[in-house]
Design a protein around this ligand. Structure first.
Ligand code: ATP
Ligand code: MG
Length: 510
């Protein structure tokens, strides 16, 4: 790592003394100027120092005026003033003028110089690390993170590029696991931002399904201390946090009508009021929402406000399910395989057999990309040889069948129909093939009862799918000791979906 210094002093002897001292370190690059004007010209021409050592008493515009002009050009650039006069007044004047530090010639000056340089080097190093991390983050959510070149995805890329031109309010629709959040992040990190703003600003996620509706208003807008029981301190809401960046309103179809009205007001006026507060606070951020619901249908049945719909859906992007993406499924599977084995060298060289590739291509993937990713990563982990066999995907056999399916086959041969996958994305569950903790229980019957009949009712009763789903969710939540993360992994659904289902079935997460 190189650190570049400007030494600016008309006293050639002293300038040389400083530059020798600095030059001792191989990582230092020193540029010497004998007037403020010369140093400013170099800055103007694009030479970027990390630190400037600037003499105060110089002919021409002098040190203080040079400092003032540097501040205009580079407000953040560290400048250390140097003077022959060791008076407090001069030091104060220098600091007031925007200098970061002060060295007096002849008073342990070289020792002080070493200390100042050491200090600034640490700061510069940190700043560069932050900068490179920022680049990495942007790269991580770059558009090339989105894999797939099917015509359906080409259309998605075309739309994403249009959103980058200006601040459109984007609504992303798609089944569970189709990449809605991934696309939202890609839009955020690739959008043009104002030249005076450093980077794309914050990306703030609000999951409308995860938070009980009575707390949602405070989540959105914040609250003042004491505004309600439990509001011990002031809270800054997500809209305020997202100022200058993007707010991602996930699972927007889960908002109740009261909150829809409040959200609409905030979006219309671009201002909010904290719960229990009086001041209006303006915010400026990009709005991206996502849902796996058919919002137009909700508008039609009155559960989603039409005016809010029009405001949010200024620019809709529909994400295709995996089944409509042609060969993307194989491209994605290989991408996930490569990424996973690259990250974990112990799995280097693992590959799919021809039969496995075929099985991936024909499987229905109701949980879309997330399910595919999970299946591939699990297959890498559990396969015993370099070649990943079909069985490692756990696509068929008892392990992969959703538990209620399994029970249908075991317990009630008369029932032939396989439950369809709902929009909630509850797909085949990859429970371990040693005795899986059965994720289905019967809320209707005691656990001691015959499990097989209890789940599906007795004899030829047909149990509504919704009841089975509810039972699956309750049971998973209980078996996983209330861990939403684990329960959602076990059920093979996303965390957000799990939260939505817990809310829907009124299961307390307290
Ligand atoms: N086109 C894609 N290319 C690469 N990875 C993808 C793609 N689409 C989705 N993924 C990956 O699949 C997983 C699910 O994506 P994401 O969370 O964005 O989906 P979602 O639509 O928001 O799901 P949910 O509705 O459950 O919230 C993530 O790990 C994501 O990185
Ligand atoms: Mg999501």
């Amino acid at each position: 790592m190189t650190y570049r210094f400007f030494v600016v002093d008309d006293d050639r002897h002293y300038a040389r003394l400083l530059s020798y001292r600095l030059d001792k370190d191989a990582e230092h690059e020193v540029h010497v100027y004998h007037s403020g004007e010369d140093a400013l010209d170099a800055l103007d021409a694009g030479t970027e120092p990390d630190l400037i050592l600037l003499d105060i008493m110089m002919p021409g515009i002098g040190g203080m005026e040079t400092l003032r002009r540097i501040r205009l050009l580079r407000p953040e650039l560290p400048v250390v003033m140097i003077s022959a006069q060791g008076t407090i007044d001069v030091a104060i004047e220098a600091i007031k003028g925007g200098a970061n530090d002060y060295i007096t010639k002849g008073q342990d000056d070289l020792v002080k110089l070493d200390a100042v340089v050491k200090n600034h080097r640490e700061r510069i190093k940190l700043a560069r690390e932050v900068e490179s991390l920022r680049g990495e983050v942007a790269g991580k959510y770059g558009l090339d993170e989105i894999v797939g070149d099917s015509p359906a995805m080409e259309e998605v890329y075309r739309l994403i590029h249009k959103t980058l031109r200006g601040n459109l309010t984007v609504a992303i629709q798609g089944e569970s696991g189709t990449g809605k959040e991934l696309v939202a992040r890609a839009i955020h990190f690739n959008s043009a931002h104002a030249p005076d703003i450093d980077g794309p600003g914050p990306f703030v996620v609000v999951n409308c399904a995860a938070i009980p509706s009575e707390l949602m208003e405070s989540e959105f807008f914040g609250h003042e201390k004491g505004s309600f029981t439990g509001a011990h301190v002031r809270k800054i809401g997500k809209f305020e946090q997202a100022d200058g960046g993007t707010i991602f309103l996930d699972e927007i179809g889960e908002l109740d009508l009261g909150l829809q009205a409040k959200l609409l007001r905030a979006l219309q006026n671009r201002e909010i009021t904290r719960v229990g507060g009086n001041d209006t606070i303006t915010f400026e951020c990009r709005i991206i929402s996502a849902t796996n619901k058919d919002i137009l249908k909700m508008v039609a049945d009155g559960s989603f406000r039409e005016d809010l719909y029009y405001r949010l859906f200024q620019f809709p992007i529909q994400l295709p399910p995996l089944r409509d993406r042609d060969k993307d499924v194989l491209v994605l599977a290989h991408e996930f395989l490569n990424k996973y084995t690259e990250d974990r060298s112990e799995f280097a060289g693992k590959r799919f057999s021809a039969e496995t590739t075929r099985a991936i291509a024909v499987h229905a993937w109701p949980g879309n990309v997330r399910e595919l990713k999970n299946a591939v990563e699990r297959a890498v982990l559990i396969s015993d040889s370099e070649v990943i066999e079909v069985a490692d995907l756990m696509l068929d056999g008892p392990q992969a069948v959703s538990p209620w399916n399994e029970r249908i086959r075991k317990g009630a041969d008369s029932i032939q129909t396989q439950p369809e996958m709902g929009g909630d994305g509850i797909g085949p569950v990859g429970t371990p093939d040693t005795e899986p903790a059965m994720i289905v229980s019967s809320a209707a019957q005691p656990a001691q009862a015959n499990a097989e009949s209890s789940v599906l009712g007795e004899g030829d009763t047909i149990v509504p799918l919704e009841d089975l789903k509810r039972q699956a969710v309750v049971r998973a939540y209980e078996l996983c000791d209330g861990s939403v993360d684990r329960a959602s992994v076990e059920l093979g659904i996303g965390r957000a979906t799990m939260y939505r289902l817990l809310k829907k079935y009124e299961i307390s997460t307290e």
